[in-house]
Design a protein around this ligand. Structure first.
Ligand SMILES: Nc1ncnc2c1ncn2[C@@H]1O[C@H](COP(=O)(O)OP(=O)(O)OP(=O)(O)O)[C@@H](O)[C@H]1O
Ligand SMILES: O=P(O)(O)OC[C@H]1O[C@H](OP(=O)(O)OP(=O)(O)O)[C@H](O)[C@@H]1O
Ligand SMILES: [Mg+2]
Length: 303
């Protein structure tokens, strides 16, 4: 490390005002903003985020929230201006900074794909040899082509990437695809998936012990929120001679809670089922004699 870098680092550190908590960077306005803030709220963290303020202090958790452009978040987290960040994995890979990916957050699912004009006779990845690809993610694209031994060039553009082939800027593009409708509307077709992405929580790799403790509290809460979103609380009535059969369909967190009903010969069973199995399990429960099935969402689930 040379002297200049050293003194820059010292200067950078001086510019970071002391804060006895953890600083998390979220996207100021864009596709990730609402869901990032909702996740923090679901974790019980209260804060004001109205107006044009670029930072806010949580009221009941040792956290400051910084509102930034998502492109800047990896750099801020790597140099310690922010301790944590929420952004798309695509942006983390593109910026290639020293940060730890702590958790997948289950929203903003998309893929980064190569696309070409729809009338192109695409024969496979070799088609890109000697071609130019426009993208906002040129680091990822260059690495992808280098790994596959393809000799293509890239043209970095900030947005509206799908227009590039139509105006002769490049033969192909690499951009975010979700439903694929933007590609179709611009006369393009998806030909290769470069990576899958979703929102992730990232961290500076050198957090202090105190900050690590706060991060652990946060990830514990995120786990509880995510578990709850994946599960449903189920309550049903069953004849006593069917309890064993029905219990086998309701593994729950341990086994179902069984309580006698006022009506002789009947019990009430309480358990947790996974959202994914939901309809399947309900059909089997009905067939096994369950009645009065009540299903409700779970707010938090601590395993
Ligand atoms: N159509 C989509 N479906 C799902 N996720 C998406 C979609 N488009 C983008 N994303 C994800 O959301 C992230 C943010 O997208 P957005 O379009 O808000 O970024 P941006 O324009 O770069 O924002 P900023 O102004 O903060 O730089 C992307 O990096 C990607 O991870
Ligand atoms: O496959 P689709 O569902 O059509 O989604 C893909 C589009 O979504 C994103 O753009 P966004 O709508 O966020 O606009 P922006 O690029 O101008 O921010 C992305 O840049 C693609 O253009
Ligand atoms: Mg951006």
């Amino acid at each position: 490390m040379n002297k200049d870098t050293n003194s820059n680092e010292v200067n950078n550190k001086k510019q970071i005002p002391a804060f006895a908590g953890i600083r998390i960077a979220v996207q100021k306005s864009g596709r990730l903003s609402d869901k990032s803030l909702q996740l923090l709220k679901d974790c019980g963290i209260k804060f004001d985020n109205g107006g044009r303020k670029l930072s806010t202090q949580a009221k009941n958790f040792p956290m400051e929230i910084l509102f930034l452009r998502d492109d800047d978040i990896p750099q801020y987290v790597a140099n310690g201006v922010a301790d944590l960040g929420i952004l798309g994995l695509n942006e983390v890979e593109e910026k290639d900074q020293e940060v730890d990916v702590i958790k997948q957050l289950g929203f903003a699912g998309c893929r980064l794909s190569l696309a070409v004009q729809k009338d192109v006779n695409y024969t496979g990845l070799e088609w890109f040899n000697g071609k130019k690809v426009a993208s906002s993610y040129t680091t990822i694209v260059k690495k992808f082509f280098a790994d596959k031994g393809i000799n293509a060039t890239t043209e970095e553009i900030g947005g509206s990437v799908e227009i590039a082939p139509g105006i002769g800027l490049a033969e192909g593009i690499c951009d975010i695809v979700s439903t694929g409708s933007t590609l179709i509307m611009n006369g393009l077709k998806e030909v290769e998936t470069v990576m899958y992405s979703e929102a992730v929580l990232i961290s500076n790799p050198n957090l202090s012990v105190e900050k690590k403790e706060i991060l652990d509290k946060l990830t514990f809460r995120i786990d509880a929120v995510q578990n709850a979103q994946k599960s449903k609380y189920i309550l049903l009535n069953a004849p006593n001679d069917k309890i064993e059969e029905i219990s086998a369909l309701l593994p729950g967190m341990k086994s179902p809670t069984v309580l006698p009903l006022a009506e002789n010969g009947w019990s009430s069973l309480h358990s947790v089922i996974e959202e994914n199995d939901f309809w399947n399990v309900i059909d089997q429960l009905k067939d096994a004699g369950a009645q009065g099935i009540l299903v409700s969402p779970i707010e938090k689930l601590i395993a």
